[in-house]
Ligand binder design. Structure first.
Ligand code: NAD
Length: 296
């Protein structure tokens, strides 16, 4: 039996248990995945050491970690992968041989989704809007994958500067900058990624004004509730190639499954299941229109 869980706040609608359990069954595993909802359990960051201890004692093979604990969990682990250490954030903890090992499959998941959907764009200059946890992971993936330059924009200047500085430490200051000039940054770029919550259910709007979208821009979103955000819809209407947020969600789960189990996941099969769960009908990674998914 493989027991896994997700620790975080506001995770009631997470599709991760269903994706992990289905992929486990396909691989012949008796895999169980439990939501450990911080609000329901009364867990705060101060409780994380105890939570990790008890997960190990109860025989968990690993945990996914999400908002607001991805940074707080890092110092509690026995070992952290170099990329997760660069990002200062862990979303996957594997318990093995009495040790807790931290990984980050957000960046690798976005990177896999991006290079699969837009393989000719991996060296492009890009604009990243949103410099929080998701934005840092996206920036890391873009630069790791070969982007010539990433311009980081955030309504909070200090967050943009901090994100750019962290990425510059890893990839060099010539390849990343922070700016408040979204229009100017887009003029010199081939693509843009929304890594703000705008477009999510409850957060209407788009972080990139429609009039700044050009047909030759590729446009990615990390928001996936709904898959068809205002930005994705506007970009499709403008004729841009798009990658909705489902790609990152699917591939971070694939990466975590592989770390937890040591088995290869079938990304196409996980994506198909994700689309069934969201009510979408077409692949998350094409430039063709998708049906708006049902709210989770
Ligand atoms: P966060 O709060 O840490 O960061 C969001 C950032 O966006 C903040 O720095 C904020 O200042 C900035 N921002 C907000 N509105 C802005 C605007 N109009 N213009 C510029 N900057 C703006 O949040 P996060 O954890 O990084 O998550 C962001 C989104 O990514 C959420 O919707 C989350 O659900 C999604 N997400 C998706 C995946 C996936 O697998 N697809 C993974 C992680 C997060």
């Amino acid at each position: 039996m493989v027991q896994l869980g997700l620790v975080g706040q506001g995770i009631g609608a997470s599709l991760t248990p269903a994706m992990q359990e289905r992929e486990g069954r396909w691989n012949g595993l008796d895999l169980h995945y439990r939501l450990l909802d911080a609000e329901q359990l009364g867990v705060t960051a101060a409780d994380l050491p105890q939570l990790l201890l008890w997960a190990r004692r109860l025989g968990y093979a690993g945990l996914n970690v999400t908002h607001p604990f991805k940074q707080a969990v890092v110092p509690l682990l026995d070992e952290v992968s170099p990329d997760a250490a660069d990002l200062g954030a862990v979303n996957t903890v594997v318990f093995r041989d009495g040790r807790a090992l931290g990984h980050n499959t957000d960046w690798s998941g976005y990177g896999r989704a991006f290079s699969a959907a837009l393989p000719d764009a991996v060296h492009d200059r890009a604009v990243l809007v949103g410099a929080g946890g998701a934005g840092s992971a996206v920036g890391y993936a873009l630069l790791h994958g070969g982007s010539e330059h990433v311009a980081v924009v955030d309504s909070d200047r200090e967050r943009a500067a901090a994100c750019a500085a962290r990425l510059a430490d890893r990839f060099g200051s010539g390849r990343v900058s922070a700016t408040t000039d979204l229009r100017g940054a887009l003029a010199g770029a081939s693509g843009v990624v929304n890594a703000t919550p705008l477009g999510m259910h409850g957060h209407p709007g788009a972080s990139v004004p429609v009039d700044l979208l050009r047909e030759d821009l590729w446009v990615c979103d990390v928001v996936y509730f709904p898959l068809e955000t205002e930005l994705v819809a506007a970009a499709r209407a403008r004729g841009c190639r798009v990658l909705p947020g489902g790609g990152m969600a699917v591939h971070q789960a694939v990466g975590a499954f592989e770390l937890f189990t040591g088995l290869a996941a079938d990304a196409g099969r996980v994506e198909q299941h994700f689309l069934e769960l969201t009510g979408a009908r077409r692949p998350t990674s094409t430039a063709t229109p998708t049906a708006a998914p049902a709210a989770s």
